[in-house]
Design a protein around this ligand. Structure first.
Ligand code: DX5
Ligand code: ZN
Length: 223
């Protein structure tokens, strides 16, 4: 299991410290949520901020684009230092073209699915995916409640990946913490994004390690 702390819930007045904390605690990726106020009802940051953060950490930058027409911005996010670029299937008309384009410049390409979008929509795209992101909340905000149907989607996504493209990583994002991390890992996720449960904790580094311990013993056990 990989852990990807989401900076959405970090304190940006001391962002260098916050990144150093999760890095020292063994974070695998840094998850960066880009929101445009159109695809989702919230606004975060653009390529300039991602580029500045890039100077603070060598961790894999897992950039989650929650923006309309993501094809207009992928070059800029790559130049800013994104390692993985994930866009929403619901936000573009030509997903296969965009996946191919992202991979053509050496980044990893991911697709995110909102809670209402079935895994079956990826049937003709799975070969071109490096990462499949199952949203377990409606995208836009940190600290929301986990949608229980997500576990069924994770199992479906796991089956699709195992059958058709085993090197694709399966990521989950939204409402994950102590009470459900073991369940989602057991259902088959490889990468767990967590914002409020890490950065909302009194000691984010210790909490990340606790969460890893809770998720690790079951990893792969019931696949
Ligand atoms: C929500 C974002 C998430 C967010 C998750 O739209 O994509 O990455 O930070 O926050 P938590 O873990 O608090 O649900
Ligand atoms: Zn996210």
């Amino acid at each position: 299991m990989k852990i990807a702390p989401s900076l959405l819930s970090a304190d940006f007045s001391r962002i260098a410290d916050q990144i150093a904390l999760v890095e020292s605690a063994g974070a695998d990726y840094l998850h960066l949520d880009v929101m445009d106020g159109r695809f989702v009802p919230n606004i975060t940051w653009g390529p300039k901020i991602v580029g500045d953060l890039r100077k603070l950490s060598p961790l894999c930058f897992d950039v989650h684009l929650m923006i309309v027409e993501p094809e207009r911005y992928v070059d800029e996010f790559r130049e800013a230092g994104a390692d993985i670029i994930t866009f929403h299937l619901e936000a573009t008309s030509h997903a296969q073209r965009l996946l191919t384009y992202i991979r053509s410049f050496g980044a990893k390409a991911g697709i995110a699915l909102c809670p209402q979008t079935p895994v079956a929509m990826l049937d003709d795209l799975i070969d071109d995916l490096d990462l499949l992101l199952v949203m377990s909340v409606n995208p836009g905000f940190g600290g929301q409640s986990y949608i229980p149907n997500s576990e069924k989607k994770v199992r479906e996504a796991r089956a699709l990946i195992d059958a058709r493209n085993p090197r694709c990583e399966l990521e989950i994002d939204g409402g994950i913490g102590r009470k459900n991390i073991a369940d989602v890992v057991r259902a088959g996720v490889d990468v767990v994004v967590m914002g409020s449960s890490i950065f909302g904790a009194a000691e984010p580094a210790g909490e990340l390690q606790q969460l890893r311990a809770l998720g690790t013993p079951v990893a792969g056990a019931l696949r």
